[in-house]
Design a protein around this ligand. Structure first.
Ligand code: AIR
Length: 192
């Protein structure tokens, strides 16, 4: 999907120019990148343009605000925001833009991501964040693609193909399990 090139107009920071951006994948720390990588890969595999940024609601609040306020002008259509612990990034981004925001709770060391999940999912009425599972980067990417596919029929077809591949994979596993039996199937699984 071609989106025209636009520069951000910012009072506080230098404008960022993004080439044909569609989905912004933002995270509170680079330590969140492994969780967000499946979102980036899924979108790129589906031919969707992605821009990836580290923006912390607590450590770089002004940069986070600037990006969220200008995301629409920059040409983004959907924002995926991942954070862990006191994970305020998705909600704060959602409060600053009417673009759809998909929140990804990142698994934290102390509380296994339940803190992140609760911080993201319990938004007040009026400011929605579509929250996926803890470490649900892949589904965030797919959900963003499904939102874009509403107005992009070729992307919609690629998503149908992806679903068909998922279906065929499970059917093949079922046939193999029937063929090998439980013990041999588990042996093959543990050796692969
Ligand atoms: N974080 C960063 N700024 C605000 C928050 N909530 C989160 C990051 C990361 C966690 O703090 O999203 O999941 C730990 O970050 P770090 O940089 O210490 O690894």
């Amino acid at each position: 999907m071609a989106v025209s090139l636009q520069a951000a107009v910012s009072n506080t920071l230098e404008p960022t120019i993004v080439a044909t951006p569609t989905v912004a994948v933002v995270m509170g720390s680079d330590s969140d990148l492994p969780t967000l990588k499946p979102a980036v890969s899924a979108l790129e595999d589906l031919g969707v343009h992605v821009e990836v940024r580290v923006l912390s609601a607590h450590r770089t609040p002004l940069e986070m605000m600037d990006f969220a306020r200008h995301a629409k002008q920059l040409g983004f259509l959907v924002i995926i925001a991942g954070a862990g612990g006191a994970a305020h990034l998705p909600g704060m981004m959602a409060s600053l833009t009417t673009l759809p925001v998909i929140g990804v709770p990142v698994k934290s060391r102390s509380l296994s991501g339940v803190d992140s999940l609760h911080s993201i999912v319990q938004m007040p009425g009026g400011i929605p964040v579509a929250t996926v599972a803890i470490d649900g980067g892949l589904n965030a990417g797919l959900l963003a693609a499904q939102i874009l596919a509403i107005s992009d029929s070729s992307l919609s077809e690629r998503l149908e193909e992806y679903r068909q591949q998922l279906h065929d994979m499970v059917v093949a596993k079922d046939a193999r399990l029937k063929d090998l039996g439980v013990d041999a199937y588990l042996d093959v699984m543990s050796n692969s």
